[in-house]
Write a protein that binds this ligand. Sequence first.
Ligand code: PMV
Length: 309
Amino acid sequence: MDASAPAKTILFGEHAVVYGYPGIATPISSLRARAATRPETMGSGLRIVLQDMQEQSIRLRENPEHPLAIAAQLLLDSVSAPEPDWTITVTSDIPIASGLGSGAAVTTALMRALASALGASLANEHLNEMVYAVEKIHHGTPSGIDNTVIVFEKPLYFRRGTVMESIQVGKPITLLIGDTGVSASTRVAVSDVRQLFNSQVSATTQRLEEIGSLVERSRQLLQVGAVIKLGQCMIQNHQLLQWLTVSSPELDRLVDAAVTAGALGAKLSGGGRGGNMIALVQPDSVQSVREALLSAGAVHVFQTKVETC
Ligand code: PMV
C-alpha cells in the first residue's frame, strides 16, 4: 500500500504564527514524501526503512524513541491494532532541514500508508492531530502550520489552535523556491526570536503585529489576484523577518537577486537562517529569475503554482 504527502512553503507569517498571529502556507504538490508497506515473515515486527537517508532502518521494538517509531505507534494505538509484521519504505524528494516541511511530510505519508495497509479509515483532522504531536518532538513549540498545510494539501490561512481556512486564490500565482543549501534548525531560530521577544517586548510585539497585518492584507490580495501588491507585501515581510534576526547573508543574497531579476517580490520562507526563500514571478520572468537565483548561490530552484485546489 502506497501513500504520500507534499512539501510545503510558508507564504507569509512565519515566526509571528508561533505567537498567535495568522500565517499563510501552500503545499508543493510536485515535491513529495512517499511510504510503501510490504509484508514480512511472521514475528518480524514493524521496520521503517528511510531509503534516502543512508538506508537508515528503524525497528519499532528496538528504537521506540525514534520520532517515526512514535508516529507508527500513535497510529497503531489510534486504530487499536497490534504491531504488524511489515516493512515500510519511506522515500522523499523533499530537501531535509530546509524549511519545506520534510519531517511532517514523511510522518504524514508513513501514517497514511500504515492506516491504508490496515484497512483503517483515517480522517485528515485526526491525522493532523497525530502529525502535530510528532512535530512537537522535532520542534518543541511548533505552531502547527506545517502539518496542517501538508495534511490538507491546499493553500491555507492559519491561526494557531483556532482557525484553518482554505484560501480561494483569485488568479494562480507562480513561485520559485530557492534553496540556500544551508541547513538550519527551526528550533534554534524560534528560540532566538523568543529571547529577542523577552528582551525587547514592545519593539518585537510591534514587528509581529506588522507581520500579522501583512498576512491579512496578503490574504485579500491573493483572493483578488493582485500580484504586484502581493509582491510588495513579500518584501516587507522579509524586512520584518530580518529585524527578527532570522534571515542570513545567503537568504538576503537570493532575495535581492530575485527582485533585481524581475521577481515581483521575494522573502525567506520557514524558520530561516538558511533553508529556502520564495520569489513571486510572472510567467515571462521565470527563466531570468531562476538563472539569477542559481548564479547567486541557490543549490536547487523549484517551481510551484499557488492555486485553489
Ligand atoms: O522551518 P519550517 O518550514 O518548519 O517553518 C517553521 C515556521 C515557524 O513559524 C518559524 C515555526 C512554526 O512552528 O510555525
